[in-house]
Write a protein that binds this ligand. Sequence first.
Ligand SMILES: Nc1nc2c(ncn2[C@@H]2O[C@H](COP(=O)(O)OP(=O)(O)OP(=O)(O)O)[C@@H](O)[C@H]2O)c(=O)[nH]1
Ligand SMILES: [Zn+2]
Length: 355
Amino acid sequence: MPDTAGAIAAAKAIDALLRGWPIVISDGADRLVLSAVETRISETESASQCDEMLISAARAATLKIINQRAAARPDAPVMIRTMEPLNNVAAMAIADPAQDLANPLKGPFTALPLESETIAEAAMILARQAGLLPAFIIEGEETVTPQAAITASDAKAYGDARMLRIAARARLPVATSETAEIVAFRTMADNKEHVALVVGERDASLPVVRLHSECLTGDMLGSLKCDCGPQLHEALKAMSDAQWGVLLYLRQEGRAIGLINKLRAYELQDQGFDTVEANNRLGFATDARDFMIAVNMLKLLNVDQVRLMTNNPDKVGRLEQGGITVVERVPLITPDNPYNRRYLDTKRDRTGHQL
Ligand SMILES: Nc1nc2c(ncn2[C@@H]2O[C@H](COP(=O)(O)OP(=O)(O)OP(=O)(O)O)[C@@H](O)[C@H]2O)c(=O)[nH]1
Ligand SMILES: [Zn+2]
């Protein structure tokens, strides 16, 4: 059964974090009151200073802070204390790797024992779901009033792909096919409007299917840094050439770290890091996408066998795990250019793309 109460608590917590309000995350005996560094608003002067922060393992490694809790897993978030109280600007410099070159000297810090790894990890999940940098200020219980309360396990209920349903469908003639239908999905677990375009007339043949993750820069602005725009158009053309096909337009911008964090990753790429290193340095997984959303969209469309257009074997594996049979993988190779060559090389060499 989908966890409705958990999803509601998570949605409220994410909303509060985006507004700069403190939240409380609890887990059994432990609780932590925290605000996202990026949006934190301090209502009173006394609340504006802080000396404890929760940061990602990757960020701690970059700042050369060793997790001092012997039992902690190497990728567990790290709690730090600064010598001097910090204001929001100084806290942001600790949180954001983009400022490292301009502002290399930070600290000294002490790593504190992490009372609850589960709470710390829940905070990291909420930051990613909110599209915020995964860095938090620990607030004093007596100085702030939390605006949302959530348990660590509720954080994991957010985005539960099972809560998806078809909300609207309509004919949508497009440039590559006059017989296309758009199907929009709604989920109460997040506020993302995922969409499918069913191209052509459904028949007994296996559909060509493309899972396309949102890329504002590539899809809309013609960015040359990635292959998304050309892949989108190539896929639509392939679907009209075949008898029919289904394009899923998944609202997982930046491999699900959100547009702003993706642009932060671009800033790091301008400094020399590749797409994988940039994600990791920001404190995110290399690929944070949840393909169960795609699985459930296909099931709601009564599509359970596909010819999948992708170069990414991980997409094939994740669809199969969800119960969709990938009868064939159809490569989707688009021309490279001087701006996306390194990105494509990294996909081939580090994330197993067959390019
Ligand atoms: N975080 C991050 N996301 C990126 C970057 N470049 C592109 N993206 C995102 O990556 C996603 C690309 O998704 P897809 O083309 O569906 O997937 P893929 O894993 O490349 O696999 P293919 O099916 O072979 O294209 C989009 O959400 C883009 O916004 C980057 O440098 N950093
Ligand atoms: Zn792109």
